[in-house]
Design a protein around this ligand. Sequence first.
Ligand SMILES: *Cc1c(COP(=O)(O)O)cnc(C)c1O
Length: 361
Amino acid sequence: MTSPDRARLTIDLDALAHNRSVIAQAAEGAEVAAVVKADGYGLGAGPLARRLWTEGTRTFFVARLSEGEALRAELGDRDATIYVLDGLLPRTAERFDAARLTPVIATLPQAQAAVALAAARGRYEAALQVDTGMNRQGLSFDEVAALINAPGGLRALDIRLLVSHLGSATEPGEARNSQQLARFREAHALFPGVRTSLAASAGAFMGPDYACDMVRAGISLLGGGPEERPDPRLKAVATLTAPILDIRNLRPGDRVSYANAYTATRPMRIAVVGAGYADGVIRGAMGKGHAWAAGALRPLLAVNMDLLVIDLGEGQAAIGDPVELVGPHALVDDLAAAAGTVAHEVLCRLSHRAERVYRGA
Ligand SMILES: *Cc1c(COP(=O)(O)O)cnc(C)c1O
């Protein structure tokens, strides 16, 4: 293999399949639906979804209608159910029909529009999101009750799934979780027999009460731990590597990169690496995060647009050697913590400047 001239993003679909089975085991019999919004957290919704289909996934979630349309095209003639979390926005019903997408009703006006469609057509399929305490998407309990009592079309509204979303699932001990579960059960009592989905990745690991009939897994399919820290059961799906472009020696007092990046306090060896924030390495990880080089984690001294600098320590490395910026050693949750963000954002930012390679397609 010739050494690459630029960062390389390797997407390991075997690791994705592994993570899916870990989540399925944790969720104890619940269906594992895949959340592939934002183009599969930046990793490519099509390749992820096609491999997950092979592994048995039949239900997918996206955020935007346009993402649903793109995913339908990527899935070809596979008869998957695709839910759109934004729901039924005005004047979009025909696009839902054309791409065979199912809206997740998120507001009362959307619910009224769906009821009107059901009345006009005799039948309309949707998922219904209820707000159990996150105050972001979903109908309140009172709105749900009003919907139930709405005349006409409600009986024709074919609710395929009752959805809610946990606000504190990365902290399983938080009281808000059990409060949300209790409210979800109250809402479900109004829809006997309808399937339920409360948990995203984090909630999928909180036991069968939270797993309900279906979990909606996103970040943990991609290797992010359910509690925002590395989970050894999960494997990294995304690996970003970039070559060492230069190795330099510093004397005490030498300054590296722009203004405040780093000042050497001792003689040291640094490596200049051919990737930066334009490739998706979060600049906020500078001074706190680590990259994997020469067999160990090495401090990130500077992150610029095209280049970053690591402290090589005693590591033996040569120009052209790959440095892992995210992957099985430089874990996405650790990088996120160093940068003050979540693994989701680290992955979403991995840019298209890096060359993409899919393994296990
Ligand atoms: C993004 C999202 C998910 C997936 O969340 P992860 O933390 O990535 O597993 C599930 N449900 C809803 C409503 C979402 O917005």
